[in-house]
Ligand binder design. Sequence first.
Ligand SMILES: *Cc1c(COP(=O)(O)O)cnc(C)c1O
Length: 430
Amino acid sequence: MDDFDYRHGELHCGGLGVSTIADRFGTPTYIYSAATLLDHHRKLARAFAALNPLICYSVKSSGNINLCRLLAEEGAGMDVVSGGELHRAIAAGCPAERCVYAGVGKTDAEIEFAILQGVGVLNVESEAEFEVVAAIAARLQRTCVAALRVNPDVDPKTHRYTSTGRKETKFGVDIERARAFFAAYGKDRWCRLTGIHLHIGSPVYSVQPYVDAITKTLALMDELRAAGHTVDTLDLGGGFGADYETGQSPEASVYADAIVPLVEERVRGGLRVILEPGRTIVANAGILITRVLYMKQSGDKTFAICDAGMNTLLRPCHYDAFHFIWPVAPAAGFVPQRRARTMQLDGLALMDVVGPICESGDFLAIDRPLPPLRRGDLVAVFTAGAYGMSMASRYNSVPLPAEVLVEGHEVRSIRRRETWDDLIAHECPA
Ligand SMILES: *Cc1c(COP(=O)(O)O)cnc(C)c1O
């Protein structure tokens, strides 16, 4: 679970009142709990200890260098999907050797940067990309290590935008083509193809898709070894769930109980295992706080118009995602006991929680039962730590929000709120 709870009628984080944090830093603001972040990372490390995995935190889920630094100091590596994220990981103090780099569209400049920095593993997603990586490594006279991202054709039963391991996705190489891939490139001198990478989608709330994908992959690895190839690294990707609703996601130990027995023996035989969790570590470690600007009726509908919207948190409108939303200081009788989609409380009213952006698709929640809200009320959007700030935009020229980190009983800014001048700072003067 997490470090955000209601005490004396008000939402707190690490013992600090969220209203006080809002008064100090303004709204909208992302608040992260260091304790929750580290707790989730440690739970994963403990659950998968038998595999002694390198846990590479997925930077794209929430990339503030202060968050990355906390995890890097715990020994985590980083999973990056662009040169910019690799730069970010290194700036956060993570050695490049502990970084793994995936992505279907790496540019030549990004590949060169990754090789020169000595990135741990380049996860290659096509034949064409491998040839470019090998040519760049040869030109630089630097060896690099690559893993083939295979597409095991399993259905993770998640939103089609985040399903990445079925045949029809742009990611990876069909698993049937992997043998030919290794036959063609397995002996490359500069780009040493010695790993297999999987990432089937996100969030994956059941263990079966992992079991199916890993089973297919282990059979492939046996075939590759029989054909004389070295395969010493297995990267299982990320996608473990998070609790958007109470108890929605299996614990780390449930995933581990299904996955560890499949690969344990090979680890004893020298196989290196990599995990790439993002959401499961950071989603519940962050909330978004926003202030109600106006209450408004249109036809039969009630709207709570807030200062955060799709520009701040894209997930509701992009993925139809559910985020639990509740007032930071609800009236007496409205303090939630549990975070659940349906709460049997009298006096709730259905409303749409929407943002200021000029789009009808700009919402945080539709027809949500909430206690009465008024102008000026603070509202918390829970489980917003993953794919929140990292997907925020400046659409409508609204500056990006602030990010703050609660460590122990202290809160500090980890990204200042942007200003209107920041919005135009990169534009050449007319
Ligand atoms: C996004 C991504 C992840 C992380 O997914 P989560 O659901 O946040 O765990 C891991 N690996 C790759 C290759 C990704 O693209």
